[in-house]
Design a protein around this ligand. Sequence first.
Ligand SMILES: NC(=O)c1ccc[n+]([C@@H]2O[C@H](COP(=O)([O-])OP(=O)(O)OC[C@H]3O[C@@H](n4cnc5c(N)ncnc54)[C@H](OP(=O)(O)O)[C@@H]3O)[C@@H](O)[C@H]2O)c1
Length: 258
Amino acid sequence: MPNKTLGIIGGTGWLGRAIADAVLESGFITADRLLISNRSGTGTFGSQVRVLADNQALVDLSEVVMLSIRPEQFRELQIDATGKQVISLMAGITADTIRTVTGAQNVVRAMPNAMVEIRQSYTPWFSAGDLGEADRQWLQRLFECVGSADEVPDEDCIDYLSALSGTGPAFPAMLYKALVSQAVAAGVPDTIAHRAAHGVVVGGGQLLASRDPLHMIDALMAYRGVTAAALQSMDDQHIDAIVGRALQAGAEVARRGM
Ligand SMILES: NC(=O)c1ccc[n+]([C@@H]2O[C@H](COP(=O)([O-])OP(=O)(O)OC[C@H]3O[C@@H](n4cnc5c(N)ncnc54)[C@H](OP(=O)(O)O)[C@@H]3O)[C@@H](O)[C@H]2O)c1
């Protein structure tokens, strides 16, 4: 796999920093081939990683430029990335806009999530330009430094998945909140409710790492016990539709842009 020079604009931010650390730790990019920029030009990386305040200098020195700034910060970004591969992690900014603003022909959009921190992000990515097989494999390996990844067939998948996998721990956290509030309302002491819900969300997630969740539901329904009654109630109240509306609401924001 070629050791390309990667420049991360916003590489001292929360997401950019996690990706920078992961590509270095995995050995996918060597420190002499990693550049970081932010507005101050300061950041604590190994001595060989260059940290710049000049985004254009980063672009000029890089083969691949990753944009890890916030969507609203993109408005003030002025770079000429003609001839470079640009990867955007920004939600809600289309590949067309990125191409127009940066001059890059080759734009990839990717949507990691908060689990980059523990190298368990799921990262869908989309290439708006033609990619050769070697470039495709390089990008896949890049995103696999922070977890698992898939190339998706169209750009709308990125907007939709921004509301699904891009939300990271948000859906389990929301379930946690509902479990706690309902248990407390039913008379369970507050501390116990939190500990019980934590066991469900965190312990359940870890168990499902090695089980098929759909088979798990089938098996629990077949048992016809307490769990089956609870799951059937959620089904009767159309939990799929509630989740579907939540995903559409998020996806609409991603499609509309921020
Ligand atoms: N958070 C998530 O779960 C998540 C998931 C998927 C995608 N994303 C996307 O990831 C992007 C980054 O999010 P984040 O949470 O990492 O944001 P963040 O922590 O605020 O990081 C933004 C970074 O950009 C730098 N920056 C801002 N303006 C700049 C400029 N003009 N030139 C150079 N550097 C600049 C900031 O440094 P200075 O202030 O020092 O300049 C900082 O290092 C966003 O577009 C977001 O949509 C986030």
